[in-house]
Design a protein around this ligand. Sequence first.
Ligand SMILES: CC(C)(COP(=O)(O)OP(=O)(O)OC[C@H]1O[C@@H](n2cnc3c(N)ncnc32)[C@H](O)[C@@H]1OP(=O)(O)O)[C@@H](O)C(=O)NCCC(=O)NCCS
Length: 374
Amino acid sequence: MRFPADVPVLSDGAVTLRAAVAEDAEGVYQQCIDPGMQQFTTVPVPYTRQDAADFVARRAEKWGDDSDWGFAIEAEGGVGPTRFGGSISIRPGAPGIGEIAFGAHPGVRGKGVMTRAVALICDWAFEEKGLRRIEWQCNAGNLASWRVVWRNGFTFEGSARSLLPQRGELLDGWRGALLATDSREPKTRWLAPVRLTGERVALREVVADDEQRYLESSNDPTSLRWLGTIPGLPRDEAAFATRFRDRGLAASLGQHVGWTVADRYDDRYLGSIDMFGFSSIDHASAEVGYRMHPDARGKGLLAEGLRLVVRHAFASDREGGLGLQRLSLGAGDGNVASQAVARAVGFVETGRDRRCYLLDDGSVVDLVRFDLLR
Ligand SMILES: CC(C)(COP(=O)(O)OP(=O)(O)OC[C@H]1O[C@@H](n2cnc3c(N)ncnc32)[C@H](O)[C@@H]1OP(=O)(O)O)[C@@H](O)C(=O)NCCC(=O)NCCS
């Protein structure tokens, strides 16, 4: 093939994909010294101007031997005379399958440029290259990358441990794919822990600084007694780091949304409220769970936070809420404080699941069930 003449130009009017040219190298350099690029891709660190020139030069070779269909992205906010806004490519693999990769220049991020670029290259690869499946993978925790392909209709296909080589390490990864026959609409409801503010507490997303008090609250004897056998509740720094890294994933899949209950005035971690078990039967119910730091118990702070969550859950989509009709919760038989909070907020005891709740000391108790209708 002749480069660049035979590389197609793909455009939707606002974003254009075209062959990379030598004048893009300065933009490539600026993009690749960005910390986000270094964290989430395999670019060399440190990155030099020579690396950028080599990258641009290799684009032609790869088109030549059909090993990587790489485009430069041109968009408003792009740098230099070539308006370079990033790179995107599809690498063909087994027949009918390709893998997408992309990176945006910091100057164009957050403006929908990459979302459009992914749409353009996928349309082209399905229509002109006959692909039937386009795969995507990213380092676990790269929510911006997931969001771009989620918007384009990709289905999340799982997390995998030690999947991606990066500078001598193997990092956990997230994977997804788009089939030629898929709609280009998001396949899940992306839930967000929107900030909810009360008189004494504010509910917000978990942050790295929550670690110490979060772990104190999951390791205190009362929490251990009632929550000690619940799988996945972080009890050490490594588990907290993984939970923190993955905090947005379950929410993006419409499975879980979690808040830190923080002190409204000094933002100190006071506890956690989680919503999960979104029903696939009525699409309008979910379960809640909670726990408080020992020094924040007995002051009505959890009840205040839970009321905010209930109001948010039952508010309509239009009002910025979740549009649910029913919330449920379970508390171990004997967990008087937890049941008192449920009742204070208006939850009604509906029955019990007999002998299903394993406690930390090996005993098994009933789970007392509550629910609250809109
Ligand atoms: C991933 C990347 C290409 C996205 O580029 P972009 O130009 O910002 O993409 P877009 O503006 O089209 O869309 C980004 C979306 O992610 C959202 N987003 C950004 N950071 C986010 C985060 N930390 N958590 C959740 N969403 C996030 C944006 O709000 C936007 O959502 P919207 O569609 O609702 O507006 C860019 O961040 C980048 O180059 N990162 C470094 C390289 C990289 O990670 N490449 C992918 C490797 S797999």
